[in-house]
Design a protein around this ligand. Structure first.
Ligand code: PFF
Length: 450
């Protein structure tokens, strides 16, 4: 039977879609606040190390699995291991991680959509300090109606794109949204770095202070590299399954990682120079973009417009990631149960939205409901970022480095490959020895084993 799987229309289309998956709330929301909490430039340096040594090899490995098997994560492991139940269940773990991440990620994405509307209504204009913005954020996120409404709206956007399929949905929207995102972020960076007093913020981002390193900083930087590159759950595997055998996996991986890293760095340069210019402290934590930024824009000429632009930017970044999460689930259901893409997308989009409702409510109505001191949102985030993703990433690297036959790995990767043999060997060395050891270390530490 002819394999009727859809393919990307072009290599650029694939790169932009995969970079879209990688670039998301992780870059614009999480990366800046982690930089702010962990000593600035030194955190960035460790992050870059993680991206180079773990990120690039792992991205190549995931795309390779998907492109070779041409299936969703479960089907990919099934076909590459002749149905070995252990490996099939690892694929399943990826789909499960997709469910978990999408259910809470979509809630935060919904907030950013809601903040576009609040910004248009100019509700932040009368606020002279972040406490007021924090109070507003507290009441909005605690309002079941507000947050469930916008998370529903955001899910509808993702469902519409995924319903149109790989080329007409994911590729077309990424080709439009990613350049737009880059333009918006460059405009906002230029605004930030041209404010009087912004130099302090720029220095904060480039002057490395090694005394700020703590053991935990290394862990956080690596974990962030992982989350930011959408590694460990089969998103890149699924996108890779639509890739042509003529294209160069390593070249694409380098481009994807470079774009993701560029946007994270630009996000730093968008936020910190402005923050320092206005005399605020960098250690703001997760509330940074919802509590601090809306007020920050008040003191900036053209702030009304720039604020709207910022939340559109955040929503675009989130959307190109939520679609990749929904695609993992959709590809699984379509491949395995032969349900039509449209029906699968609508049903599962709705189910994930329903799972997200308790997450949305965990900031208000059910905020007292806690397990191990974590609310529902905290539990989902912990489960995904600290357990499912590192475990998935570890096993994927073990699979490619140790379980899959080496000559198969090489011959599949060589198709379309443009890198030299020594580099190919370096990649294999990294994926076999270095990546699993580093991930294992991160994983054991994050669950508190050492
Ligand atoms: N990489 C996304 C971000 O940085 O926001 C998050 C993410 C998307 C993780 C898709 C995993 C995934 F499959």
């Amino acid at each position: 039977m002819i394999n009727q799987r859809e393919q990307w229309g072009s290599k650029l289309g694939f790169i932009l879609a995969a970079a879209g998956s990688a670039v998301g709330l992780g870059n614009i929301w999480k990366f800046p606040y982690l930089v702010g909490e962990n000593g600035g430039a030194v955190f960035i340096l460790l992050y870059l190390f993680g991206v180079l040594v773990v990120g690039i090899p792992a991205v190549i490995a995931e795309i390779l699995i998907g492109r070779t098997a041409r299936k969703n994560p479960v089907g990919s492991f099934r076909s590459l291991t002749r149905g070995n139940p252990f490996w099939v269940s690892i694929g399943f773990l990826g789909v499960l991680a997709g469910f978990v991440i999408l259910s809470y990620y979509n809630v935060i994405a919904g907030w950013s959509l809601g903040y576009i509307i609040e910004s248009l209504k100019n509700v932040f204009a009368p606020m002279e300090n972040p406490e007021k913005a924090a109070a507003l954020f507290g009441s909005l996120s605690a309002s079941a109606r507000w947050s469930v409404f916008y998370s529903f709206g955001f899910m509808v956007l993702s469902v519409i794109i995924i319903m149109f399929g790989v080329q007409k949905g994911i590729e077309k929207s990424s080709k439009f949204l990613m350049p737009l995102l880059l333009i918006f972020i460059v405009i906002l960076v230029m605004r930030g770095v041209t404010l009087p007093g912004s130099m302090k913020g720029i220095k904060y981002l480039i002057k490395v202070d090694f005394s700020a390193i703590r053991p935990q900083t290394v862990l956080l930087a690596l974990g962030q590299a992982f989350f930011s590159l959408s590694l460990g759950m089969g998103a890149l595997m699924t996108y890779g399954s639509y890739m042509s055998k003529k294209d160069d996996i390593a070249g694409c991986a380098v481009n994807i990682v470079a774009l993701d890293t560029l946007v994270a760095l630009l996000a730093g340069f968008m936020i910190f120079p402005a923050l320092f210019a206005l005399g605020m402290q960098p250690e703001q934590g997760p509330a940074l973009i919802f509590n601090i930024l809306p007020v920050l824009f008040n003191s900036i000429p053209g702030g009304y417009l720039f604020r709207i632009l910022f939340f559109i930017l955040l929503s675009i970044a989130a959307l190109t990631s939520t679609i990749s999460l929904l695609e993992v689930i959709t590809a699984y259901v379509v491949d395995e149960f032969k349900i039509s893409r449209k029906i699968a997308t609508i049903c599962f989009g709705f189910i994930v939205f329903l799972i997200g409702i308790p997450v949305a409510l965990s900031f208000g109505l059910i905020s007292d409901l806690k397990i191990f001191g974590l609310n529902f949102f905290g539990i989902m985030d912990f489960l995904a970022s600290n357990i499912l993703l590192p475990l998935g990433g570890l096993l994927i690297s073990i699979f490619v480095g140790w379980v899959w036959k080496k000559d198969q790995v090489y011959s599949n990767l060589r198709e379309g490959l443009k890198i030299s043999e020594p580099l190919l060997n370096l990649w294999f060395f990294l994926i076999r020895f270095v990546v699993p050891v580093i991930i294992l270390f991160v994983f054991l530490s994050s669950i508190g084993i050492f």
